[in-house]
Design a protein around this ligand. Structure first.
Ligand SMILES: Nc1nc2c(ncn2[C@@H]2O[C@H](COP(=O)(O)OP(=O)(O)OP(=O)(O)O)[C@@H](O)[C@H]2O)c(=O)[nH]1
Ligand code: SF4
Ligand code: SF4
Length: 307
């Protein structure tokens, strides 16, 4: 059984925010579209929700935050949900990977995406507020030894790190990681904000360049993301481009539903007022059937954001 929304989009993927807290303070952070936590889910509650989701055909789970690995019980959470999931991944800032990559791998994590906007220590501090680039690079090395694939997430910002794109492509090729170049994305009402105006760096012209250079191009259904295989002096770099705004097909195949760290199902990263509480019913002894109904209600509320 797979749940399908009113726009014909099957929901096969659950993104779970485990906490809204983070040990870094990136100035552009979207915190997975949620406010700060007034409560967090326990490992048992998370396991129950994932078990229900798996009954409904959701077999891909991504753990996010804030920073998911600052939870003391992160290894237990991974171990508990592993049996219900076919693809279990995590998006992390990499600061804890040096010590946690191994226990997470042992607990059953399949793969990690690590944020890396710059290879310049000063700029890293400027973006994240902390001088921890060397620690993150060590974490990336460790993760690459254990997980496949490792994806590096670079949010491209005009005047800040757009001059480093080719260095990052070379770095990714050298490390055999996939580089995800992410165009800044904001909700519609922020398109006139100073942040967007100052830092938005359109990736379309770069994609045109990649088209010329690539020896192979693949397209993912999700977000209509294109992956370019670009020759470098270190071998072929795999570069995926995440370009959401003004991309009318971006949401057409969105297969993701979210679970906020406060225990609400959320239908879309960018929408407001789309939360459905699932943890309170669990705390009030709801049956599996009642929880399934909550999932169905959330899926029916889904709609594409960019149309
Ligand atoms: N609008 C939107 N953007 C998303 C969504 N999921 C991921 N993104 C964007 O993609 C970037 C990278 O996301 P990740 O958390 O690394 O996950 P991913 O690359 O989408 O997932 P995998 O391909 O499964 O590893 C995020 O910073 C967002 O900008 C989504 O559901 N909606
Ligand atoms: S590392 Fe991620 S969660 Fe933490 S502040 Fe930066 S963007 Fe936000
Ligand atoms: S509908 Fe679009 S904006 Fe919303 S979560 Fe899906 S891909 Fe992202």
């Amino acid at each position: 059984m797979v749940l399908v929304d009113r726009f014909g989009r099957p929901v096969t993927n659950l993104r779970i925010s485990l906490t809204s807290e983070c040990n870094l303070k990136c100035f552009y952070c979207h915190r997975e579209g949620q406010d700060f936590s007034f409560r967090e889910m326990t490992p048992e509650e998370i396991e129950r929700i994932v078990r229900i989701a798996s009954k409904l055909g959701i077999k891909k789970v991504k753990l996010t935050g804030g920073e998911p690995t600052i939870r003391k019980d992160i290894v237990e959470i991974v171990r508990r949900i592993r049996p219900y999931v076919e693809d279990l991944s995590m998006t992390t800032n990499g600061t804890t990977m040096k010590t946690l990559a191994e226990p997470l791998k042992e607990a059953g994590l399949d793969r990690v995406n690590i944020s890396l906007d710059t290879l310049d220590r000063k700029k890293y501090k400027e973006i994240t507020g902390f001088d921890v680039l060397p620690q993150v690079l060590e974490g990336i090395e460790k993760a690459i030894k254990l997980f496949h694939p490792v994806k590096l997430n670079m949010v491209v910002m005009r005047g800040l790190n757009d001059d480093e794109i080719w260095d990052m492509i070379n770095y990714a090729a050298q490390k055999k990681a996939i580089l995800q170049l992410i165009e800044i994305e904001v909700p519609r009402e922020m398109e006139n904000s100073w942040f967007f105006k100052k830092y938005f760096y359109p990736l379309k012209p770069l994609e045109e360049k990649f088209e010329e250079l690539a020896v192979e191009i693949r397209e993912r259904k999700m977000h209509r993301r294109r992956k370019y295989f670009i020759p470098t002096e270190y071998g072929i770099a795999e570069v995926e481009v995440v370009r959401s705004m003004h991309n009318t097909v971006f949401c057409a195949n969105c297969n993701r539903i979210r679970l906020t760290s406060t225990g609400h199902l959320k239908t879309c990263l960018l929408r407001k007022n789309d939360l459905i509480d699932i943890v309170t019913p669990i705390r009030n002894n709801a049956s599996d059937e009642e929880l399934i109904e909550i999932f169905k209600k959330a899926v029916l509320m889904r709609e594409p954001y960019w149309k």
